[in-house]
Design a protein around this ligand. Sequence first.
Ligand SMILES: Cc1ncc(C[n+]2csc(CCOP(=O)(O)OP(=O)(O)O)c2C)c(N)n1
Ligand SMILES: [Mg+2]
Length: 316
Amino acid sequence: MTADQLYRTVRLIRRFEERAIGFVRSGEIVGGIHPYVGQEAIAAGVCAALRPDDVITSTHRGHGHVLAKGADPARMLAELMGRESGLNKGRGGSMHAADFGLGVLGANAIVGAAGSIATGAAWAYRRQGRDVVAASFFGDGAMNEGMLLEAFNLAALWQVPVVFVCENNGYATTMPVQSAVAGSITGRARAFGMPAFTVDGQDPEKVLAATSAAVARARSGRGPTFLECTTYRFDAHHTFEHRTRLNYRSTEELSTGRSRDPVEIQGARLAAELRAAVDAEIEALLDAAAGFALGSAHPDPAAALEFLYASPEVQR
Ligand SMILES: Cc1ncc(C[n+]2csc(CCOP(=O)(O)OP(=O)(O)O)c2C)c(N)n1
Ligand SMILES: [Mg+2]
């Protein structure tokens, strides 16, 4: 993975999110989104360490993960706009985007739930004799969810090929991590007997290096690794917060947090002309994505419930 490929991913996610926030404001995306702005290096670095047939599970703040694993930005944007041409025919939306063909087993609105899905999937692949690795993204807030701790236990006990990626952005909604998580995050993971490391989550190359080692370990049958990627959410918890203006982060904290920008950190590693060319290519891609999404039909209301439920037929 070259420096410009990593830059391309962080920049694509950044500009996708900025445009998506604009579409929330203009009413094209109904209900709002949880912006990933500021945390792009984690999705980019982790997914760059994975093979195309490896799988990921994502969160409520999941657009970056889905794009980094290779989803088509046009179909992703159409999904956010609830269009028939979306990744999930517009029925999933921001918090349920999935693309099984790319190994994206789904974003998930239930905090902490996707760790169990990743662990189960990785275990199932191993039972089939395949060397697929699963990476599971979750936030610091998920560290207090029992389901996730149960997944840590089974993954460590059965040496499941999974990489747990905790994006510690300092807050669960407005709750500071120091007020919510007892002990240390990596200490909790180590208590289950898995190696756990704290990684600079603003630097895509550091995330890539740490994840590559974790993936190699998992693929060779040595079990799970836990990565705590320290990061900062530059924007709101949810776009709704743009209107409520909750005052839980000081101006000083915001400016310190935003001073380590993953797009700038990775962009500084490229020659200026190359960086400008990548930026222009991404704008053209996103112009086309916006045109595609806005030009796509909404589902017929009569078909709104189609594709939402599995067939009730029992396989015999
Ligand atoms: C089981 C569950 N509890 C509560 C919520 C409401 N909720 C949505 S996002 C969120 C905060 C999650 O914080 P964190 O895991 O740190 O992720 P971040 O939002 O910082 O990316 C909460 C409490 C939920 N979706 N699911
Ligand atoms: Mg958080």
